[in-house]
Ligand binder design. Sequence first.
Ligand code: NAD
Length: 467
Amino acid sequence: MTSEPIIAPLTPVVPVLRSGFDEGVTRSLRWRTAQLTAMRRMLDENSAALEDALFTDLGKNPTEAALTELNVVIAEIQHTLKHLRGWLRPTRVPVPLALAPASASTMLEPLGVVLVIAPWNYPLQLLLQPAVGALAAGNAVLLKPSELAPATSAALAELVPQYLDDRAVAVVEGGVEVTTQLLAERFDHIFYTGSTAVGRIVMTAAAKHLTPVTLELGGKTPVYVDDTVDLAAAAKRIAWGKFLNAGQTCVAPDYLLATREVAARLVPHLVAAVAELYEGDPRSSSSYGRIVNDRQYARLKGLLDSGTVVTGGRTDDRTRYMAPTVLADVARDAPVMQQEIFGPILPVVTVSGLDDAIGFIRAGEKPLALYAFTESAVAQRRILTETSSGAVGFGAPMIHLTVPGLPFGGVGESGLGAYHGRRSIETFSHEKAVMRKGLTPDTLKLVYPPYTERKDGFVRGLLRRFS
Ligand code: NAD
């Protein structure tokens, strides 16, 4: 459990991991694949306990936990195991003729000790998926689960040392104080997932040691819908994406943009979709989650009167239940539009058309994702080229993050850097440039001083020819 702060034992953890790394524990491909295989075994053998923990923390249905937490990590492990050897192969790069004979290549080297700080909303996936990349790239890893998902944090703190090599992998539990203390240490990379506000704190702390960071942050993810699509089908996808994990998903649709006419036709489909997904009564449906804590619950309750409730609006303080809620007639400056919602409230904001929608999106911070439901090739192209976001999804929210070949990350206020699949290996490695040139023949002598007139002519000729 997260009895905080456990200050005394923290200090030795980083030196232990650094020794493990310095002694070469993490270098071999065999060790890396063994760690990933062991993590997979950990997830397989303890799936019931982990799903229980996720239910305790977030009321997450076990099927949803399997789908969005355990299986996401397992898929990442499998994809990485399949490709890792190839990804780690040095890449040859061409050498300018003037330097011949010679060869040049790049190789990926591990960075050292990586700190992974995870949030509470997908407390397992967002701790372990970065760890897969960090371990596969040959690093030692310190994992800091979220104190706001205490059951999952405790389960992982107990299981990780049983399966992974404790010379190079450790879990430290705790809250802000512990994280603050950790951030004072020197790491070789910090991978942070959470709010933009804390992202700034992390980056400031990292700057002290010139530690590179990956920041997976949040923001207001827009959904644009026009009249070229099947609105019932679009509503179903939007409702699924919005209300999964009770809206506590970083890439969930945050708000909806549509013309007044489209909104009027779409809203009844959203109401019907909610009823269908949660069997007419989200409160008694085991498929619907709960708000993580009282603080978040109180914040969300304060946003409910930002518009006209067309479905939902009901709450239960005792169980932190908040019904999947759709708000119509929401003003652009309503409270619900002033912050990332991160809960089950979907405001519908009307626009005059695509120009207005693009203008509205551009006036805000760059979001983590942007979704559009439109069959119009022109609209799709304009959205791609006239807006900036971590990702764009046409026709479906959120599924882009399950494609291993797509980098996952934000831009601007929604994040810095990316991961998943091969991109994780690049994130957690240094791409080292390697040059090889024999001592004979000494072709470089042509550029050694003294710079005589003859050499000057030769050098300038060479530059002209090869530049
Ligand atoms: P948070 O920033 O409050 O907490 C995340 C982690 O930071 C926790 O481990 C916590 O202990 C630590 N932390 C909190 N305050 C700190 C401080 N003052 N100093 C040092 N460490 C501190 O984030 P959260 O509330 O857990 O998550 C919600 C946010 O995360 C949302 O904005 C959401 O969009 C974003 N998010 C982003 C992604 C992504 O992949 N981009 C995924 C999930 C959540």
